[in-house]
Design a protein around this ligand. Structure first.
Ligand SMILES: Nc1ncnc2c1ncn2[C@@H]1O[C@H](COP(=O)(O)OP(=O)(O)OP(=O)(O)O)[C@@H](O)[C@H]1O
Ligand SMILES: [Mg+2]
Length: 245
């Protein structure tokens, strides 16, 4: 039985798919293959972790899921759209609408309050004051920051900044949220609380997260864990989803 989704329409197929993806970087006329033929499927309402040592290709693959980088070979599909078919303008609209990003260094605008940082993508999207006034407090409440809405990023702890970034990433109700080592700049207790919050958001908003880490502890929170090594998928572990009969 699928649980009712009150936040946004369910996506039926995979939320994102990489098939036969390859990427080579050339530096000083030396070509180095860094992604060597990778297939990854991100399931709906699923917390997916990319796990692998430094240089294994996590960021490169996340950039492809995020439509920031393109593969040399293979296909990227996000929210049922073949992204290679989009023009640059279409791609940037598509990205803003469908994909949320969370970064290691939070990437908040320092002159805007927590509230304004979360509101910013809604302003860019031309959402009405009424729609913003409903959505932003709800998101700040969801990340446990309702009382700190007026604080600037400089007046927040690292963990609180990352909570603002999570709320901002969810502002436009994306299908997919991409987080590249979002806990790397946090102490282990704060990192664990951010991980738990993301896990909670996957359940509450029925959204798909794809999250990279070096830390095997994150496997416990993941629905799907994709183990990478030297630009290849070494192994995939999938747990049954809550909504799977
Ligand atoms: N722009 C680039 N130009 C040349 N080589 C690159 C570029 N970006 C990444 N690489 C190389 O591609 C490989 C994969 O890098 P990637 O950043 O995806 O790894 P990662 O798993 O995210 O590592 P880390 O855990 O250190 O963040 C590395 O060998 C890296 O040096
Ligand atoms: Mg990386």
């Amino acid at each position: 039985m699928t649980e009712p989704n009150t936040e946004q329409p369910a996506v039926r197929g995979p939320v994102a798919l990489l098939t036969g993806v390859e990427k080579t970087y050339t530096m000083d006329s030396v070509s180095v293959p860094v992604i060597k033929g990778v297939d990854i499927l991100v399931r709906p309402a699923c917390f997916t972790v990319l796990l692998g040592p430094s240089g294994s290709g996590k960021t490169t693959l996340l950039n492809m899921f995020g439509c920031i980088d393109k593969p040399d070979k293979g296909e990227v599909i996000v929210a049922d759209c073949k992204v290679a078919a989009l023009s640059d303008d279409e791609l940037s609209d598509f990205r803003a609408k469908n994909i949320g990003f969370i970064f290691q260094n939070f990437n908040l605008l320092p002159v805007l309050s927590a509230y304004e940082n979360v509101e910013y993508p809604l302003l860019l999207a031309g959402k009405s004051a009424k729609a913003r006034g409903e959505r932003v407090p709800r998101l700040l409440e969801a990340v446990g920051l309702a009382d700190l809405a007026k604080n600037l990023p400089g007046q927040l702890s690292g963990g609180q900044r990352q909570r603002v970034a999570i709320a901002r990433a969810l502002a436009r109700k994306p299908k997919l949220v991409i987080a590249d080592e979002p806990t790397a700049n946090l102490d282990s207790v704060t990192g664990a609380s951010i991980l738990a919050l993301m896990r909670h958001m996957v359940n509450r908003f029925e959204i798909s997260f794809i999250f990279s880490s070096h830390d095997r502890e994150v496997i416990k929170a993941a629905d799907d864990t994709i183990f990478l090594k030297d630009g290849l998928v070494q192994n995939i572990k999938r747990k049954p989803l809550r909504s799977t009969p």
